[in-house]
Design a protein around this ligand. Structure first.
Ligand code: FAD
Length: 550
C-alpha cells in the first residue's frame, strides 16, 4: 500500500505516524512545501518575543528523525502542484532544484492547512503574518530592529486568536501595540460580556484597542483607517483570519463545502474515495448546530489526521462532530470557550437558557484564589448542555475542559451539580465553580429562580419593573446600576412595604444573594426575577457596549 500525504505538520504528520504504527508494510511519502515538518505553529507568537527563545524547540521532528523512527519518506521543499485523480498521481515540484515529477498513490491524504486571509487593501504586502517558522523569523527580525526606539509602534490588523497572541508578545518586547478590529469586540467567538474582562486586561497592559475600525491602506509608515485616522505603524501584522488552503483539491474537482472548506464524510473521505483530508483545509460538522463549519484548531487537525490513518488501515471508526473548544491567554488572563456562544445559538435558532456565575478558582480562604467568570448555555426544556465560556486569572482551562467533556458526554446542567471534582483548598472548592454552575442552572431550569439577562434590563425597567439592589450600602456606593433601589438582602424581610407594586428585578454582586432575595419575594407573592450574574455581569456587558462605541 502506498500512501502519499500533502502537508507535513499537524494533520499530515499525525496521519503518517499513526499509519506507520498500524501498517509496518505501507510505503508512506510526505510532501511539504516549506523547509520544516512537524513544527509547532501554535508556538510561533511566543517565539517572536523570545518567550520561547530556542528556535529548535519549535521544530518537533525532522525528515531524518521521522525516517529513523517511522521510516517515513519525508520530502521538504516539495510542493504538490497538481492532483491527477484518474491516474492516481500527484505532480510534485522540487522547490530546491526546480525539477518536477509524478508520484503515484493508492491513497492520498490532503492536509494543506489554511493560509492567512489577506486584506484587499493597498500596501498590505508590507504586513507580516504568522503561518510558518519563516514568517515568525521575519516578524521577529522586524520587531527586534525596533527595540531601541521608544516611540516605535506595531499595528495588528485583526483581533482573533493569532492577533491577540501576537499583540501580547510584541508588547512584551516593549513595543507600543495597537489591535485594529472591524467588529465590536475582540475574539468574535465569545459573547461581548465574557470577553470584556480580557479586553480591559489588554488595555491595562498597554495594548490600544481600535474596535469597529477598518484599515483601508498600509503606507510605508502608517495604517490608514476608514474614518481618516492614520496610525503610526513601524511594523504591521495581518491576522484577519485564515482561509482553507484547498486550491489543489478545487482544481482536482473534489467537492468543496458551502463554507469554502473541503467536504469530507464521517471518515474524512473526500468526494474521491481514494483521497482523504484532515485539518484546517476541511470543513467540520458542528456538534450542536449540525451545520458545517470551519474550525481551524490543532486538536481537530491531529485527531482527524489520526482517524484518516485508521480508516486507511481498515479500523472501523468515524469522526465525532466538533465542539470547537479553545482557550487563549494574555498577560496571565485566560478566556476559554466550548460549544455554542449565546450569539451562535441565536444565529442558528437554537433555543437556549443562559446562566452566569462568578465563583473562586479555589477556596477563598486559601491564598491566591481568583474569580472565574463562567457562562453556561443549556436547552430550556431538557437542560442539555450547549456551551460555556470562562474567563479569569486562574482555573479557566480546567472549567472549560470539564464542560467540554460534559457536553461530549451528553450531560445536562443538572449533572454539573453532581460531578465529583478533585478538591483541596489550593485547587478548588468543596462546591467547585462547575458545581455552582450546576446549582444555579438547576434553580433556573426548575423555574425556582426566574432570571433576567444584563442586556434585557433596560427593556424591563422601561416596561415598569423596579430594580432592587440587595447588596450592602458600601457596595452600592462603590458602583450602582442606574435606577436601582437599595435594600440589602438581610433587611429585605423587614422592608417589604418599601417596594413599589409591579414587577421586580433584584440584583447583587454575582447573583447569589439575588437568588436568596428572589426566594423571599416569591414567598410574598411578588413577580420577581434575579439579574443573572449580578452587577459583575451587567457591568462587563455595559462596559463592552461602551468600549465598542468609543
Ligand atoms: P498546517 O499545520 O498548517 O500544515 C499544513 C502544511 O501543508 C503547511 O506546512 C504547508 O506548507 C503545507 N502545504 C500546503 N500546501 C501544500 C502543497 N501544495 N504541497 C506541499 N505542502 C503543502 N490551534 C489551536 O488549537 N490552538 C492554538 O493555540 C493555536 N495557535 C496557533 C498559532 C498560530 C500562529 C497558527 C498559525 C495556528 C495556530 N493554531 C492553533 C492552529 C493550528 O496550528 C492548526 O489548526 C493546525 O496546524 C492545522 O493543521 P493542518 O495539518 O491542517 O495544517
Amino acid at each position: 500500500m502506498k500512501v502519499v500525504i500533502i502537508g507535513g505538520v499537524a494533520g499530515g504528520m499525525s496521519a503518517a505516524t499513526r499509519l506507520r504504527r498500524l501498517r509496518e508494510d505501507a510505503q508512506i511519502v510526505v510532501f511539504e512545501m516549506g523547509e520544516y515538518v512537524s513544527y509547532a505553529n501554535c508556538g510561533l507568537p511566543y517565539f517572536v518575543s523570545d518567550v520561547i527563545s530556542n528556535r529548535d524547540a519549535l521544530l518537533l521532528q525532522t525528515p531524518e528523525s521521522l525516517h529513523k523512527r517511522f521510516r517515513l519518506d519525508v520530502r521538504v521543499r516539495s510542493r504538490v502542484a497538481q492532483i491527477l485523480t484518474s491516474e492516481k498521481q500527484v505532480r510534485v515540484e522540487n522547490l530546491a532544484t526546480g525539477e518536477s515529477y509524478l508520484e503515484s498513490y493508492d491513497y492520498l491524504v490532503i492536509s494543506t492547512g489554511a493560509r492567512p486571509t489577506q486584506a484587499n487593501i493597498p500596501g498590505i504586502e508590507r504586513a507580516v503574518s504568522l503561518r510558518t517558522v519563516n514568517d515568525a523569523d521575519r516578524a521577529k527580525e522586524q520587531a527586534q530592529s525596533l527595540l531601541g526606539d521608544p516611540s516605535a509602534q506595531a499595528v495588528i490588523l485583526g483581533a482573533g486568536f493569532i492577533g491577540v497572541e501576537l499583540a501580547e508578545n510584541l508588547r512584551h518586547l516593549g513595543l507600543k501595540t495597537v489591535l485594529v478590529q472591524r467588529g465590536p469586540s475582540i475574539l468574535s467567538q465569545f459573547d461581548s460580556e465574557m470577553i470584556e474582562p480580557l479586553q480591559a486586561h489588554l488595555v491595562a497592559n498597554g495594548i490600544d484597542l481600535e474596535l469597529g475600525a477598518t484599515a483601508v491602506e498600509v503606507t510605508e509608515t502608517s495604517v490608514r483607517l476608514a474614518d481618516g485616522r492614520e496610525l503610526r505603524a513601524d511594523i504591521v501584522a495581518s491576522a484577519i483570519g485564515v482561509t482553507p488552503d484547498n486550491a489543489l483539491a478545487r482544481e482536482a474537482g473534489l467537492r468543496i463545502g458551502q463554507t469554502g472548506g473541503l467536504w469530507v464524510d464521517e471518515q474524512q473521505r473526500t468526494s474521491d474515495p481514494s483521497i482523504f483530508a484532515a485539518g484546517d483545509a476541511v470543513e467540520k460538522a458542528g456538534a450542536l448546530t449540525g451545520e458545517e463549519s470551519l474550525i481551524p484548531l490543532a486538536n481537530l487537525a491531529n485527531r482527524h489526521g489520526r482517524l484518516v490513518a485508521d480508516v486507511i488501515a481498515g479500523v472501523a471508526t468515524k469522526a465525532r462532530p466538533a465542539l470547537g473548544t479553545v482557550i487563549i491567554g494574555a498577560f496571565g488572563w485566560a478566556a476559554g470557550i466550548t460549544g455554542l456562544s449565546e450569539r451562535a445559538a441565536k444565529r442558528s435558532g437554537i433555543a437556549h437558557q443562559v446562566i452566569h456565575v462568578h465563583p473562586g478558582s479555589h477556596a477563598g480562604y486559601y491564598p491566591g484564589a481568583q474569580r472565574v467568570s463562567l457562562k453556561v448555555l443549556f436547552a430550556p426544556e431538557t437542560g442539555k448542555l450547549l456551551g460555556a465560556q470562562a474567563t479569569g486569572l486562574d482555573g479557566v482551562d480546567k472549567r472549560i475542559d470539564v464542560i467540554a467533556t460534559a457536553i461530549a458526554g451528553g450531560l445536562t446542567v443538572d449533572d454539573l451539580m453532581d460531578l465529583e471534582l478533585a478538591y483541596s483548598p489550593q485547587y478548588g472548592s468543596a462546591k467547585d465553580a462547575i458545581n455552582m454552575a450546576g446549582y444555579v442552572g438547576n434553580n433556573v431550569l426548575s423555574g425556582r429562580t426566574p432570571t433576567l439577562q444584563w442586556h434585557q434590563l433596560l427593556e424591563a425597567q422601561a416596561a415598569g419593573a423596579t430594580l432592587v439592589d440587595v447588596r450592602t450600602d458600601a457596595e452600592h456606593s462603590a458602583g450602582a446600576i442606574p435606577g436601582s433601589l437599595l435594600i440589602p438582602v438581610d433587611e429585605l424581610r423587614d422592608r417589604l412595604t418599601e417596594l413599589p407594586d409591579g414587577p421586580l428585578v433584584v440584583h447583587c454582586a454575582v447573583g447569589q444573594r439575588g437568588h436568596v432575595a428572589t426566594q423571599i419575594l416569591r414567598a410574598h407573592g411578588r413577580d420577581v426575577r434575579n439579574l443573572d450574574g449580578g452587577y459583575t455581569t451587567w457591568k462587563a456587558g455595559v462596559d463592552s457596549v461602551a468600549r465598542a462605541s468609543r
